[in-house]
Design a protein around this ligand. Structure first.
Ligand SMILES: [Cu+2]
Length: 339
């Protein structure tokens, strides 16, 4: 009868109204916000919300999108090493469950690839395939070890956790075909545990009669030059021995979460310009303000020693990009970070 005809008319009428709303919505979107994104949500909201509302919706969407997605992406890319037990499909898997404080333990682990199998092919970095760093979570105990490669991708290292407590272990690796990365896992030594306060900020460290001084400042978001100078009995040491392909190896860890930072030595033994002390130069990149623990391994007279420092990274002096990594979530909280 005429019911279908009515229906058709009704639908046609709706289409016209909706089409008009669509036109208004997208026009408002284009005018209201440069780079205003989504076509999909704004028009359907404007269809029932009306003209005035749709403007503010368009603005909000545009604002929110540009505010949330950018820092999120940046944060993902800038996530420091050592905070994850699994990254890019590579997973650090401890095979030794129990470690008693003060007792040497054959600690075994694997690094598994995205296919689930233990990785057996690593690129050599600084003379080693795997650098294994262990620190107490209060950042007062530090060990830099080099595990032995066993069958089937199992690595073993003689490990002694000197005191009861919680430790962070890092595997600094470069699986062939992937990119260099640092995986981290917690280790536990059962017993009474009294965490120590973070050692005070200092530019001088003493170890076994050696004095090491630290020159240079950590600037967030920038490659910061650090110069460490080694002396003994008041005299500069000028015959440091190569260790791990350099005259020193520096590990930098962030206080608070123990993020493991990238540090590059400047020059290497035998390059014709790098001297065997007294100064060793590094470039460190710190992701944020705050305190960092620096551990310098250097070799002299056949012995490797570690000098440790606490250094404070100040606010970035230039560059608007430094702050998002600190607190992307709460924008009303951003003022203390130096805008
Ligand atoms: Cu190493």
């Amino acid at each position: 009868m005429n019911t279908p005809a009515k229906l058709v008319t009704y639908v046609a009428g709706l289409a016209v109204v909706f089409g008009a709303a669509l036109g208004v919505g997208s026009a408002v979107g284009e005018v209201g916000e440069v780079g205003a994104p989504p076509q999909a949500t704004a028009p359907s909201e404007s269809a029932d919300a009306g003209h005035g509302e749709s403007t503010s919706h368009g603005d909000q969407n545009g604002g929110q999108n540009s505010a949330t997605t950018k820092p999120a992406q940046a944060a993902a890319q800038d996530t420091p090493g050592g905070l994850q037990v699994s990254q890019n499909g590579y997973t650090l898997t401890p095979l030794t469950a129990t470690i008693k404080p003060g007792e040497p333990t054959d600690f075994a682990f694997t690094v598994t690839a995205p296919d689930g199998r233990p990785v057996t092919d690593f690129q050599v970095q600084h003379d080693k395939k795997v650098h294994f760093i262990v620190v107490s979570r209060d950042l007062t105990i530090f060990q830099h070890l080099h595990p032995e490669e066993g069958a089937n991708g199992v690595w073993t290292v003689k490990l002694t956790l000197p005191e009861a407590g919680v430790y962070r272990a890092y595997a600094d690796i470069f699986p062939t075909g992937a990119s260099a990365l640092t995986l981290g896992a917690d280790l536990f030594a059962a017993g009474d545990y009294a965490p120590k306060a973070l050692p005070q900020v200092s530019r001088t460290a003493e170890v076994d009669g050696y004095t090491v001084t630290l020159d240079g400042d950590l600037t967030p978001g920038k490659s910061s030059k650090l110069t460490l100078k080694v002396s003994k009995d008041g005299k500069p040491v000028t015959d440091l021995q190569p260790y791990l392909g350099a005259y020193g190896h520096l590990v930098a860890l962030r206080a608070g979460d123990l993020a493991y930072l990238h540090v590059h030595p400047d020059g290497e033994p035998g390059d014709g310009k790098t001297k065997p002390g007294p100064e060793i130069t590094f470039y460190a990149e710190v992701p944020s303000t705050g305190d960092y623990r620096l551990f310098l391994d250097f070799q002299h007279d056949g012995t490797v020693r570690t000098a440790d420092f606490t250094a404070r990274a100040g606010a970035a002096t230039a560059g608007p990009t430094a702050s998002p990594s600190t607190s992307p979530a709460s924008d009303h909280d951003s003022t203390p970070h130096g805008h």
